[in-house]
Design a protein around this ligand. Structure first.
Ligand code: XIL
Length: 377
């Protein structure tokens, strides 16, 4: 896939930089003492969600993204309300700015989100018939994916399609698309996206796939059932996105996550962490303690995924705390600013940054040993 190939070139280039980390990571040092084939996997490509207006305003923000990321994802720029405030028009201004920035910096781009019940323009409610909904969804996907053909390497095709009562019926969320088109709107969206860009990586993404408890088990089941159905029917689906919005009062179920990842991979699909952050509402106010707990929470998820075969990519939902959606959508009860992301308000790295960089650089342990013990460059 184009997406993988691009990332692999970037991460391979970073091989030279690996030496700098050897003193810090003994496990890496042991693995690195063996010679490696040129395609040696060096870890997981990482990235973050970006906003066009921040890129336009702030050079330090841009530099931090270039330093810390292999890829970016469009945070709000390609949502229906931004792209299509009126029905007849597509406004690609923000999306184009993100793609231009990313490609100039050698970063790949994920697009978010072709079909999503959130952040839609009011005119969408005027759709009445199945034919009308089908035509509008196809037109949207064909136009947007077509516009970015060969430029956006990976798409969240359907985002958040699981119902909040996932154990009910088919477990699919009641959205305008499902109401008018039927459950097969997911399949239709994937097929349409593949037609518009056959080399794009197509992903279904959702939240609450990470925690312990029956509710979360049911959500994982809906995702697996949906993915399985797509694979069985030969629908072009390549990856499953675990959003990874982690909560301070919920426990990451390492065993269930591991099982989930293995099952996804057994279907021939990859797993991505598409929107990682930590909602720190119930963590202590103390900054050091809080930042440490945030990092630990994310480590639990990434380590569990890693042990089950690894993620194709890990993206945080923003890079700098002050830009996080948690500041206004998930505020702390004590009114202190949330600290959900790898960098603080002044772009200084926090423990979560080190966790991300750890998984970015990690040498994959499954590499076969070789008789030649000469140290490679
Ligand atoms: C959020 C954005 O980050 C905010 O800027 C916006 O105001 C609301 O949406 N899950 C998703 C994302 O899939 O699209 C949401 O993004 C965060 C939760």
């Amino acid at each position: 896939m184009v997406f993988r190939a691009r990332i692999d070139r970037r991460t391979a280039l970073r091989g030279a930089a690996l030496g700098a980390t050897l003193a810090l990571e003994p496990a890496v040092a042991v693995a690195a003492s063996r010679p490696k084939p040129p395609s040696m996997p060096l870890g997981t490509p990482i990235g973050c969600a970006v906003q066009a207006e921040l890129l336009a305003q702030n050079d330090a923000y841009r530099q931090a993204i270039i330093r810390d990321c292999d890829m970016v994802v469009t945070e709000d720029a390609l949502k229906w309300d931004r792209l299509r405030p009126s029905r007849g028009k597509f406004d690609f201004t923000e999306g184009d700015a993100i793609v231009r920035f990313a490609h100039a910096a050698g970063l790949s781009v994920r697009g978010h989100a072709l079909v999503f019940h959130g952040q839609v323009p009011p005119w969408l409610d005027t759709l009445r018939t199945r034919a009308e909904a089908e035509a509008e969804m196809r037109k949207h996907i064909t136009t947007v994916v077509g516009h970015y053909r060969g430029k956006i390497a990976s798409w969240d095709v359907v985002n958040e399609f699981t119902d909040d009562s996932p154990e009910r019926g088919t477990g699919l969320r009641d959205t305008i698309w499902r109401r008018l088109i039927g459950d097969n709107y997911i399949e239709m969206a994937l097929r349409t996206a593949a037609q518009a860009d056959p080399s794009a990586q197509l992903v279904l993404s959702d939240y609450f796939l990470e925690f312990a408890g029956e509710h979360y088990d049911s959500r994982r089941e809906v995702m697996l059932r949906t993915a399985q159905a797509m694979v069985t029917k030969g629908v072009p689906l390549h990856g499953i996105g675990m959003q990874g919005h982690l909560y301070s009062d919920r426990v990451v179920d390492r065993e269930a996550v591991g099982r989930f990842v293995r099952e996804v991979r057994a279907l021939g699909l990859v797993v991505l962490v598409t929107e990682l952050d930590v909602i720190d509402q119930t963590f202590p106010a103390d900054l050091r303690q809080r930042d440490e707990l945030v990092a630990q929470q994310a480590f639990q998820l990434l380590d569990a995924i890693s042990a089950a075969g690894g993620a194709d990519a890990v993206l945080t939902w923003g890079l700098r705390d002050r830009d996080s959606w948690t500041r206004w959508h998930k505020p702390r009860p004590d009114g202190l600013p949330t600290r959900s992301l790898p960098l603080d308000d002044d772009l200084k790295p926090k423990p979560l940054h080190h966790v991300m960089q750890h998984f970015r650089r990690r040498v994959v342990a499954s590499e076969p040993p070789s008789g030649n013990t000469k140290r490679s460059p």
